[in-house]
Design a binder for this molecule. Structure first.
Ligand code: ZN
Length: 339
């Protein structure tokens, strides 16, 4: 004997309502997840994380910097070689600047005899970073499946400029390029100029479309008197750490990125609450000054023809129009300063 038909009806009716309710719950769960994702991304901007070993034998700074390197790429339309060179130097400058005092900044200038000529990055302690190369679209043959920043920059020099707001003249140190791959060069600079032994691991991964898939880095600086067994541990960790650019491309967090490098060593995190941001300190005044410095004759003829100057900041892409009155004012000021 079957169930009365009215019961079946009631059940299927109930089931229908159940499915409807479930779909609604699913929708809201999905929507909630989506919202959480969006807000988390906003709440969780990329920043440098700083650590000290519990025994105070070394300090570490680590960052996932994919967003700022992407921004640099979208402004300057860099091809993979320039993206890697400028990106790595931006990561290195950010990490170095995080270890300075507030309001201080560091600039890295790589100059070489290779076709890339130069690349540059600058970062403040508070996480503002920018980078540049005059050869954003340089292409070179790929050897052994890898692009070589080293070959692109050639042999040359790394200059590091450390600016402090209270001091008029910044401190500058120059070393010869070791490999031109950025990390080793920065480590060599730290050893030569600051007498600091360090480990610098940097990675920028560009996908087959030439877009930045991940960027990040680790800077470990030994304190004076760091025991040899700690050094050995760090060195053996480094050998086992694997590819940093692969890890950042997989979306790893900064704290997790450091873990393989400090495996077996107790660390404590230090306060460093600044968001990493691609930021430029360009202004109309600075740009007008640069224009007048670079082409005094041209600026004079523009003033004579009553033409305003249109220029675009190469670091951030911001367009400027500088009026004739502003140009002539600056020209006068600079001429009176030089006499
Ligand atoms: Zn700018």
């Amino acid at each position: 004997m079957g169930f009365p038909s009215s019961f079946l009806c009631a059940q299927s009716h109930l089931q229908g309502a159940f499915w409807q309710a479930k779909i609604q719950v699913d929708f809201w769960t999905f929507f909630g997840d989506f919202l959480r994702l969006v807000t988390e991304e906003k709440k969780n901007p990329q920043r440098i994380h700083k650590f000290l070993s519990k025994e105070m034998t070394f300090r570490a700074a680590v960052v996932v910097a994919t967003d700022v390197v992407r921004e640099m790429q979208s402004i300057q339309n860099t091809y993979p070689l320039a993206t890697m060179a400028v990106g790595r130097s931006m990561v290195a400058a950010s990490l170095m600047a995080s270890q300075l005092k507030s309001q201080q900044q560091v600039s890295l200038y790589f100059r070489g005899d290779g076709p890339l000529e130069m690349f540059f990055a600058e970062a403040t302690h508070e996480g503002q970073v920018r980078g540049y190369t005059p050869q954003p679209q340089l292409e070179m043959p790929v050897e052994g499946g890898e692009l070589s920043v080293s070959k692109a920059i050639g042999s040359g020099l790394l200059s590091v400029v450390h600016s402090r707001p209270q001091q008029k003249a910044p401190q500058k140190g120059t070393v010869s390029l070791q490999t031109g791959e950025v990390g080793e060069d920065v480590a060599f600079y730290l050893l030569q100029s600051q007498q600091v032994r360090s480990l610098v691991a940097l990675g920028v991964k560009v996908n087959s479309y030439g877009l930045v898939q991940g960027a990040g880095g680790v800077l470990i600086e030994l304190m004076p008197g760091c025991p040899e067994e700690t050094v050995e541990r760090l060195e053996s960790n480094l050998k086992k750490a694997g590819s940093l650019s692969e890890l950042v491309s997989q979306g790893i967090s900064a704290a997790d990125l450091l873990k393989p490098y400090v495996d077996g060593i107790e660390m404590m995190e230090l306060e460093h609450p600044y968001e990493l941001a691609y930021q430029c300190r360009c202004s109309r005044e600075r740009l007008a000054r640069a224009l007048v410095l670079l082409g005094e004759e041209e600026v004079k003829s523009m003033i004579a023809n009553n033409e305003s100057a249109k220029a675009r900041c190469e670091f951030c892409g911001r367009p400027y129009e500088i009026e004739v009155s502003e140009l002539s004012e600056l020209l006068q000021k600079m001429q009176s300063e030089s006499h």
